[in-house]
Every structure is written in C-alpha cells, then in structure tokens.
Design a binder for this molecule. Structure first.
Ligand code: ARG
Ligand code: ZN
Length: 470
C-alpha cells in the first residue's frame, strides 16, 4: 500500500505545492528504464529497484503489494527454514516481467495466478516472468516456495548483517533494517511499499515464536506448534520475529514483554504504558492496536522498532526507559510515517532521539533534558561528522543522523515555543500518517505551518556543514 503524502492538504486543500511534492516523488519512483513507451499488450520488464538513492536495488518498480501471506517452518536447531509465501499485488504498469527482492535459499516453485512462472535470480533479486502479461491495474497473486539455511544479508557495504540474527542459547530473531527482510521472505523490500502481513511459523514444540499484531493463535500439530500473527500495513523490515525459549512477562500496566532464556524483566520495562501515554500526549494517539516488547538473549548493541512489538537485546534493554521511549517514538516516526528514501533516515532517527530527550524531561525534569541536549551538541561539535540529511555512503546510523537530527527538533522547539512546536508535531503526524515522507516534503510542511524562518532554521540544522549554535 503506497500512499504519497500531500503535505499541505490540511491547510491548503492540496494545492500546487502539494502537487509539486507528489510529482517529485513520483518522478523518483520510476526509473527511466520503466517509463519508455510500449505497446500495451507487450508489457514492460519492470525495473529491479524503486529509485532509492542509497539502495538502488531495494524495492521493485511496477507493482504495489497488498498482502503477504508468509508461512515458515523451522527445524529443531533453528538453522533451516522452509518457506511458502503468497503475495497479492496490484500491477502499476503492464508487466511482462517483474522482480521481487529475495536473497539466499533454494527456490522450489514460483507461480503467478496459479500457473508456473519462469524465474531467474541475480544477487538480491529474482525476476519473475509469468506466462501472460499482467495488465496495469490488475490484481495478481505470486506464490513462491523455498528452503535453505537461515542466514543474514551482507550484500551491501552496510556495516552489520541484517535479517536473521542468532542469539545466545539457540534463539534466532530478525533485525532487518534496512535490507534484511529480503533474506527472510521474497518481498518488495522498501518502506515505500507497506502491506498487510499474515505470518505463520511452525516450530518443534520446545520453541516459542514471538511476533506482533493480532490473533496470536497456537495450534499443536503432533510435536510441532503453529503460531499465527497478523500485522496490518507494515514495511517488510519492520516485521517482528523472535524464536526460541521465550516467556511472557505481563506487567501491572497490562503490557506483555517476551523475555528470552528465562531472563528477568530489565528495569524500566514495567513503565512501557506510562512512556506510551507521555508520547501520546505530545504526538496524538498511538498508531497501532497493540504494543509490546521482546528482549532477545543477545549482545547485539541495538534495538529495533519492529511494528507493534519492539525488538531489544539483553545489551540494548539495559539502556532502560530511554531506549524504550526511543523505539516507541519510532512507532510514529518510521512506522506510521514511512521513509520515501533511505537517505532521509534523519526523519526517523531525529524525532525518535528528540522524543527520547523529551521523555527524560518528563521523567526527570527540565535540567536532565538540557543536560542530554548539551551533551549531544558537544559530542557533535567534536565529532567531525557530516550533517544528518543524506548521509554519505551507506552510513545510515551515524551519530549525526541521531544527535544532530534530534537537535534540529530541539532548535525548532526553542524557536517557536512549546505550544506551536507540539501543535506542529501533532499536525505532522496527522498529515503524514500512513504515508511516505521525504526531507523535501517535511521542509515544505515546516514552511507552511511555521513559516520561512523556521524552515531556514531546520534546513541549517540538517544540511549546513558547520554545526549551528544552540
Ligand atoms: N532504528 C534502529 C534504532 O532504533 C536502528 C538501529 C541501528 N542498528 C545498529 N546496529 N546501529 O535506532
Ligand atoms: Zn532509532
């Protein structure tokens, strides 16, 4: 489901500025290869990418996924998987062939609308050629079966492997940002194409499967257990999944945290509902129907805002309420509002970092907030890092993206005052909810709501070589 934001819709009823934004984004969406004129009956060989500036091979042109039905079966050691994935998609061009992102595994069958389809694999892509051209606007069903070893994705210069990760004590879990989902299931692996996911996982009965969304339903089939989850409107990299020895810990606030290998609940995790409520006070209603957490027994020093159920490791969970506030803030910034380009990543990490400091302010007072802000500014002043917008190379998660991205929100808050600032944040969330945002669209929104001086200020914070003074 792909919806482009009409940035000034609320204010100006979607006038020319908004049209410009749509045009820009659409122009980026379709690489030149797929826009040549063609005879309708022939169809195109749709481009193997969505025009992402940082990851040109991620995502695929020519169709929009509506649903994924993902059925995975794992062995007792959690080393092998058999997968059966059914994708319902809508063609956006007449398609002679199209591509899905998929890495590793042995593909055992591919059908389109029930008929065997040719398929050829090149690195992270699989081009599928159905027997007949799919008409533009037509809904079609791709079914793919595969098997192979669980393995993570290392195809880019990205500094750590994504997708499947191994925890301690035999557990496995997903950490897919930005490109790991395609190492787990065939997909249109870009945040621009969100879809409804039905995930079914079958494991030997000693294991527990943890994911997000609704309708967790466990069936016992012989000595196996079948777990089922439905996660609506989610980008592939945000699908939560952890498998192993997990136990649910329900706290007094009604929130469930799944703990790996019998570990006790880390300090702070009993306050998730309270943190969520403070975020809602600033941002408006939490965008999803469920909220929970999983803490995997692992030393991996990061957490991920997997949708409706954030994924922590033993190491990152020890960071306490700050990391919880950060991942929960991402449910708005990153999950409810999706990135149009991966190099707009500061639009995820900047507001999530700001909201972390804001949580510290609410929890520990204004001085504690100012101390965080001062420390971040000082770290940036000696860090020699480029500004956060469009980080170079594949350096998605550098400290400037987080800290200077967060400071841009601090500076804006100082400039316009609390009332206008938080009204602005809520308007931004409401306007872009369920949609895609780009830095350009965000700056236009700042301009329209808060005026040219505010836009100039934010632009300087995210783009100037020199770190602005606070
Ligand atoms: N979006 C994740 C976060 O919560 C990104 C984690 C980056 N991963 C890493 N290994 N540094 O910030
Ligand atoms: Zn983050």
């Amino acid at each position: 489901m792909k919806r482009l934001a009409c940035a000034v819709m609320l204010i100006a009823g979607c006038t020319s500025a908004a049209t410009e934004i749509e045009t820009t984004v659409l122009a980026e969406t379709l690489p030149p290869a797929s826009t040549t004129t063609l005879a309708v009956l022939e169809g195109v060989d749709a481009a193997p990418g969505l025009g992402d500036r940082m990851f040109p091979e991620l995502g695929n042109a020519g169709y929009d996924v509506a649903t994924y039905d993902i059925d995975l079966s794992l062995n007792a050691e959690l080393t092998r998987v058999e997968g059966e994935v059914t994708i319902e998609a809508v063609a956006e061009q007449p398609l002679a062939s199209f591509v899905v992102d998929f890495v590793g595994h042995r593909v055992t069958s591919v059908t389109v609308d029930g008929r065997d389809a040719d398929h050829a694999r090149v690195t992270r892509d699989m081009r599928i050629t159905p027997t007949d051209v799919i008409a533009s606007g037509e809904r079609f069903v791709i079914a793919i079966t595969y098997e192979g070893l669980l393995s993570s994705v290392t195809l880019t210069d990205f500094p750590f492997p994504t997708g499947w990760q191994t925890g301690n004590g035999g557990s496995v879990f997903l950490f897919s940002e930005p490109d790991g989902a395609s190492g787990v299931f065939p997909s249109n692996d870009h945040p621009r194409d969100r879809a409804d996911v039905a995930l079914q996982v079958t494991v030997p009965a000693e294991h527990v499967v943890v994911s997000g969304g609704t309708a967790r339903l466990v069936e016992v089939v012989g000595d196996h257990r079948v777990f089922r989850f439905e996660i609506p409107d989610v980008a592939p990299y945000l699908v939560p999944l952890a498998i192993g020895a997990f136990e649910a810990v329900e706290t007094d606030d009604g929130i469930t945290t799944w703990m790996g290998n019998g570990a006790p609940l880390p300090p702070g995790f009993e306050r998730q509902a309270e943190i969520l409520a403070t975020l809602e006070a600033d941002l408006g209603p939490y965008p999803f129907d469920q909220s929970g957490a999983v803490v995997v027994d692992s030393d991996f020093p990061a957490a991920l805002e997997t949708q409706t159920l954030s994924t922590y490791t033993t190491t990152s969970a020890a960071w306490g309420t700050a990391v919880i506030a950060h991942e929960l803030a991402h449910q708005w910034f990153g999950n409810e509002i999706s990135l149009g380009q991966w190099d707009d990543i500061w639009l995820n990490e900047g507001p999530a970092t700001f909201m972390t400091w804001r949580w510290i302010e609410i929890d520990r007072g204004r001085e504690a907030y100012e101390e965080e802000v001062r420390r971040a500014w000082e770290a940036m002043s000696i860090a020699q890092l480029p500004p956060p917008d469009h980080p170079p190379g594949q350096d998605l998660f550098n400290a400037s993206v987080y800290q200077r991205g967060g400071l841009a929100f601090v500076a804006l808050r100082e400039f316009v005052g609390d009332d206008e600032f938080f009204d602005f944040l809520r308007a931004y969330v409401a306007t872009f909810s369920g949609k895609t945002v780009t830095t350009e669209a965000f700056l236009t929104f700042v301009l329209v709501i808060l005026g040219p001086d505010a836009e100039a200020l934010v632009t300087e914070w995210i783009r100037a070589e020199e770190l602005p003074a606070l």
